[in-house]
Ligand binder design. Structure first.
Ligand SMILES: Nc1[nH]c(=O)nc2c1ncn2[C@H]1C[C@H](O)[C@@H](COP(=O)(O)OP(=O)(O)OP(=O)(O)O)O1
Length: 174
């Protein structure tokens, strides 16, 4: 079974509560997959849609923030593997974003909230998020493969593969 293509965007801005550092926009999922969890803003890539178009659409639909394609910062990818429920497998392309317009506003799907990057609400999130999200927010890049246990909640394993460097000259085509 092929993993569903999804995409997530983590808007980041300087903290607005007087603290130092940055805050990131997450949201309480009100409907569908992961209801009741605090998740990243995003969702499924529609057939025929580019990942970039999908994330701009999802951010607008779920949070009302307006994100332009050129302001997306590619961070990497995460594969969510549910061996006990393969139909839940997802492959997500992750972006950060520091330039956007509008105010985060509640939608039918998501109640958005800004959290200091140093104080993510891990107890309300998917257990795997503590493996890959702080790494991306700290500037890490690459691919994460997360395998869930049979309870579809706890983490059996998580593996990080760093991005490939530039292709060595001798491996480049002519
Ligand atoms: N293990 C996991 N940890 C995590 O942090 N996020 C996960 C996850 N498994 C899936 N997700 C995220 C990725 C994706 O953005 C989201 C599910 O996509 P959607 O919100 O689009 O799904 P829904 O079925 O609610 O909505 P529709 O696409 O509108 O049908 O869940």
């Amino acid at each position: 079974m092929t993993a569903a293509a999804v995409t997530l965007c983590f808007p980041i801005r300087p903290r607005t509560d007087g603290g130092t550092g940055e805050e990131v926009l997450l949201g309480l999922k009100k409907t569908g997959f992961g209801t009741g969890k605090v998740v990243g803003i995003g969702g499924h890539v529609e057939p025929g849609e580019s990942v970039v178009a999908a994330i701009c659409r999802e951010v607008a639909e779920e949070s009302s923030l307006v994100v332009e394609a050129m302001d997306l910062i590619p961070a990497g990818t995460v594969e969510f593997v549910f061996p006990a429920k393969p139909e839940w497998d997802m492959f997500t392309t992750v972006f950060l974003c520091r330039t956007f317009a509008g105010e985060a506003t509640e939608s039918s799907e998501i109640a958005p909230t800004w959290y200091p990057v140093e104080r993510l609400p891990h107890e309300q999130m998917w257990a795997d998020a503590s493996h890959w999200l702080p790494a991306f927010l700290a500037g890490g890049r690459g691919h994460w493969r997360v395998v869930l246990n049979g309870d579809n909640e706890t983490v059996a394993s998580s593996t990080h593969t760093p991005p490939r460097g530039p292709v060595p000259r001798e491996e480049q085509g002519s």
